[in-house]
Write a protein that binds this ligand. Structure first.
Ligand code: HEC
Ligand code: HEC
Ligand code: HEC
Length: 171
């Protein structure tokens, strides 16, 4: 009972804070490229997520768009940008660049509310209350890894996570 109440309270505080958050873009996450952090930015840059916007300029993208009767360039179509970029149509700061594709905040939550505090271990709960998704799950992957718009590979979380994992060094 107490647990359930705590959970409800967490939700009440979490939702409004997270709802006001703006996307700030991967360039703001540069601290995560320090070796002691685990170089998450480098890992991400090498992943297909970083190039997902560029993909929309390919011949294959034009083909997919045509098949869906989408007029105009796929790189300008909401139907494509929803999954090939981060937080499309939502509030963003000037530092945010849609061209950087599926960025940290696509999985970890828009960061304007937590970016300044989440680096301190003692702020862990505060950061989560301010919108940080510290442990994204398969559910967040499936919001894009589905065939609603075009056919995608069957999603095998273990295998796919292995390709993009970016752990912090232990100890
Ligand atoms: C905001 C949408 C979005 C979310 C959320 C997302 N992905 Fe992706 N993912 C994409 C897109 C779009 C591509 C294709 C990029 C390209 O090829 O240009 C992709 C590609 C990939 C690839 C490369 C697949 C290949 O064909 O080589 C892997 C691996 C992957 N994602 C894993 C994950 C995992 C694991 C999660 C969850 C932890 C996740 N993704 C969450 C949109 C997303
Ligand atoms: C529901 C999310 C979603 C939407 C919407 C979406 N995509 Fe994708 N797209 C993905 C994912 C996930 C991948 C990764 C491929 C895989 O896992 O099979 C991908 C991959 C691609 C690829 C690379 C495929 C390949 O085989 O190399 C192209 C091209 C592409 N998308 C174009 C588009 C275009 C054009 C649109 C708009 C008409 C679009 N996508 C809309 C999720 C989406
Ligand atoms: C496609 C989704 C996705 C993207 C994009 C993504 N992450 Fe993650 N991230 C995850 C998942 C899933 C975990 C593992 C959560 C867990 O431990 O269960 C994780 C874990 C982490 C951790 C904790 C690592 C640890 O071992 O404690 C950090 C730090 C992190 N991500 C930072 C970043 C940064 C910085 C970026 C952008 C450069 C980024 N992530 C991009 C999904 C993502």
């Amino acid at each position: 009972m107490k647990k359930a109440l705590m959970f409800l309270l967490t939700l009440v505080f979490m939702v409004p804070a997270a709802a006001q958050n703006k996307f700030v873009g991967t360039n703001t996450c540069a601290c995560h490229n320090l070796p002691k952090q685990g170089k998450q930015v480098d890992v991400w840059k090498k992943s297909k997520h970083a190039g997902s916007f560029e993909t929309l300029k390919s011949a294959k993208a034009a083909e997919f768009a045509k098949a869906k009767n989408i007029a105009g360039a796929p790189s300008e179509a909401k139907e494509c940008l929803d999954c090939h970029t981060t937080g499309y149509g939502e509030a963003a700061d000037k530092t945010f660049k849609m061209e950087q594709g599926v960025q940290c905040e696509a999985c970890h939550g828009a960061a304007s509310g937590y970016k300044a505090i989440h680096n301190k271990p003692e702020n862990k709960e505060k950061a989560v209350a301010a919108g940080l998704i510290a442990k994204p799950t398969e559910k967040s992957c499936l919001s894009c890894h589905n065939s609603k718009m075009h056919e995608v590979k069957a999603f095998d979380y273990k295998k796919m996570w292995e390709e993009i994992k970016h752990p912090a060094p232990k100890g």
